[in-house]
Design a protein around this ligand. Structure first.
Ligand code: ATP
Ligand code: MG
Length: 360
């Protein structure tokens, strides 16, 4: 009864099952196995697996690996051509046949995955094609936007120039002056937008140099002092960084990103004295640069958009600063995040991968 049951089950499943003894002689094959391999029972059962498939090295290798290395549940995918020249893609999974505690043979499960393999191949081709199209689209978008920016810059600059000339000619109390001032303002804004867009597209590839972070951050100190003085703001600055920490960075690009972040901090400190702190430390992920300020802080709802182009909560800014900073950090294979500090202000966290870090 048990044998009939096992026989019936083995014949009714979709997978091909072939059983070999330990010498590699085929002792059993169900009908799906015969169909998949394109062989009759008497061409298979009683024959040596090695001799039968001597010409298909991958098929032999599976059994060599199972026996030689006692690898359980070995899985391979191979191309198979049957004696009647039918090509198919086979999935082979092997396991051991146990009799009490000893291994009596090897079970080979065969599945015809030709359709699946074709589907996978088609899917791979489609995804490659999608990627190609999307990178082509990004490239042409970049080219178009760069040309548009280039073409816009000259007329905008000349509008600004002529408006300023007109204002000079008509004098201070002419009734049209306020309109001209408005045009001048708008032309200036447009010019800035195009310029920062061009700056963004100019961030192309990173030219790494070994940089002492302490000297790079020292440059930030003098910039903060100059800008704060100009704006009449009282800002205390503090940096916590070991002198010997060096990193592989593009100094010009990284300084540009730091300038944008620091400018935001300065702008966020509205009245009264404020503080900007920079800490650099090593972490499991690599190098971390934290910039903390005691400014107005960022609204949680704005955080997801802060790195988007043209996102700004300020009246006369373009919203391109963090967009550029993110591009610089991403080009360095790092990440940049912005968080609201618990009590007051904002914290920007830059993480650079370990490869960017060197310690002398
Ligand atoms: N340190 C900060 N404190 C508070 N808000 C910030 C801070 N940094 C960024 N933000 C918020 O994120 C927005 C986007 O910043 P981003 O630097 O990209 O643009 P922006 O400063 O408005 O304009 P731009 O940098 O082009 O002059 C800001 O408008 C502000 O709302
Ligand atoms: Mg900014």
């Amino acid at each position: 009864m048990r044998k009939i049951l096992v026989d019936n089950i083995l014949q009714s499943i979709r997978s091909g099952i072939v059983v070999l003894d330990y010498q590699g002689i085929i002792v059993y094959a169900n009908s799906p196995a015969l169909k998949i391999l394109g062989l009759d029972e008497d061409e298979l059962v009683g024959k040596s697996w090695w001799e039968l498939f001597y010409h298909i090295s991958e098929l032999n290798q599976v059994i060599v690996d199972v026996i030689g290395e006692e690898k359980l549940n070995l899985h391979r995918e191979i191309s198979y051509v049957s004696p009647t020249n039918q090509r198919c893609q086979l999935s082979i999974t092997t396991s051991f046949l146990h009799e009490t505690k000893t291994v009596a043979g090897i079970i080979v499960q065969l599945d015809d995955i030709t359709e699946l393999a074709q589907l996978r191949r088609r899917e791979k081709l489609m995804s490659e094609e999608r990627q190609r199209l999307s990178s082509e689209m990004v490239d042409s978008m970049k080219k178009i936007s760069l040309s548009v920016a280039h073409v816009i810059l000259n007329p905008v600059a000349s509008i600004g120039g002529f408006v300023r000339l007109m204002m000079k000619k008509i004098g201070g109390d002419h009734p049209l002056r306020q309109y001209l001032e408005h045009i001048d303002d708008s032309a200036g804004r447009l010019e800035n937008i195009v310029k920062s867009f061009k700056e963004y597209t100019d961030i192309k590839s990173v030219h790494y140099e070994t940089i002492y972070l302490s000297s790079l951050i020292e440059g930030v100190r003098s910039k903060i002092e100059t800008i704060a003085n100009k704006l009449g703001k009282h800002i205390r600055y503090h940096a916590d960084i070991k002198d010997h920490v060096t990193a592989q960075l593009d100094p010009a690009l990284f300084s540009m990103a730091m300038d944008e972040i620091i400018m935001n901090s300065i702008e966020s400190i509205e009245d009264g004295p404020g503080e900007i702190d920079i800490t650099v430390y090593k972490a499991a992920c690599g190098l971390v640069v934290e910039i903390r300020d005691t400014g107005t802080g960022i609204d949680d709802r704005h955080i997801p958009y802060a790195f988007d182009p043209f996102f700004t909560t300020k009246t006369s800014n373009n919203g391109m600063g963090l967009f550029k900073a993110k591009k610089v950090i991403t080009e360095h294979l790092g990440t940049i995040t912005l968080v609201r500090r618990e009590v007051v202000g904002t914290k920007v966290i830059i993480q650079l991968p370990e490869t960017n870090m060197t310690t002398q």
